[in-house]
Design a binder for this molecule. Sequence first.
Ligand SMILES: [Zn+2]
Length: 481
Amino acid sequence: MRTATVIAPAMTALLALAAAPGVGQDATSDPRLPEASQRLQQYLRIDTTNPPGNESEAVAFFADIFEREGIAYETVEPAPGRGSIWARLEGGPEPGIILLHHIDVVPADPRFWKHDPMSGTYENGYLNGRGALDTKGLGIMHLEAFLALARSGAALERDVIFLATADEEAGGRHGAGWIVQNRPDLLEGAGLVLNEGGSGRVLGNRVVFSVEVTQKVPMWLRLNAVGPAGHGSSPTTRSAVTDLIEALERLRQDPFAPRIVPAVGDFFRDLAELESAAAELADPEGLIAEPDRLAALHRTNPSLHALTRNTCAVTRLQASSKINVVPPAATAELDCRLLPDQEPRAFIRELRKRLDQPSISIEVLLSFKAAISSTDTDLYRAIEAVTARRFPGSTVMPAVTAGFTDSHFFRDLGIVAYGFSPAVIPGSDQGGIHGNNERISVQNVERGWRTMLDLLETIAVAPEQRPTSALGATPTAGGQH
Ligand SMILES: [Zn+2]
């Protein structure tokens, strides 16, 4: 399924100028940039908007790099254009570590961007493009660290696996989900995953790396209401539509009881300690005991509020196809997100009680298991050691997210998965994730892959074999942050 690397036709004329060594052999990237950033620029220019995804073009991009580096790789394409790729550096008997990122990106509307979202434009120290943060930037940090580790020839105590997958933004059915189901050989011996979901931020004057250890669990439901059909001119006292509206209103008026699971309690207390604006979170139990304070949190910070309870967002409604027909059926789709310790069947029983409407049946469209990765691992300790070394004065804290990533596929199998990125992203750039003007600084890319390499050397190379790169510190996150 490999195809030749595609170079934008307009750029082929520039090929003649590609005399620069190293990565400069690809003329489509800016020669002012260092290797990793040039690669990211090329990656950003491959349109992997999902739908349709078109990840196979990026798979060819990676395959070409592995070929030039002499590293064996494997690709799969479960559906046309929906490729994923992996490469493995063989190591000793310790559980293998997977560097996971997703190739696909969410759509971007160029009308609202300063630069074309598929241009990879380099300006003022930043690379601009859809995927810069979610997650092509992270993917290049993985790749460069992986290649440097391979070139070093160091003997490894565990396998190190680079894995770039399709379809995360649509649930991973053609990507990580497919691989877990159909190619378990890839996961053989693997015990650790580094994935998206965490990042560095500056809180106060300190760099804080959040490491995502668990996430709320999606449960997508369809409510099917049935009732008497009729003519719009003569409404009956009740119908599928009115039953549905009443039930949804009961749900809105009476949200699920708040409670603080241990991982969220730790996360809130850490946030309160690190950020004066979050002092409110120091006593999570006290916070949820006071409805007014909890309601204020909901208004000011919906994503933190979402961590305090099971939630359901009503996202799709459907009833009659004709304005003068009272339909015999109406449906509502709910995007529910459960706390990580919630038993799914008990949740559905409670929902049914709350809706309090026998004419409505509940259909499960998607449901994952909940799983939490422990912080009591060598990998977590390595993240702490490496970030402390390279960002003096920084802190690491375990975090819980309201959204979900491909990590759940691996946690379901008992594999420890952390959301971690060595990039330090200013708050003003966070909105670019799924938003407009997504970008990452070249400083973050270059410092990021070196930090990732340091982490791999710390976790996978025997101490006496570790090169000096695992010892140096890099400047703290000043400068562009
Ligand atoms: Zn993502």
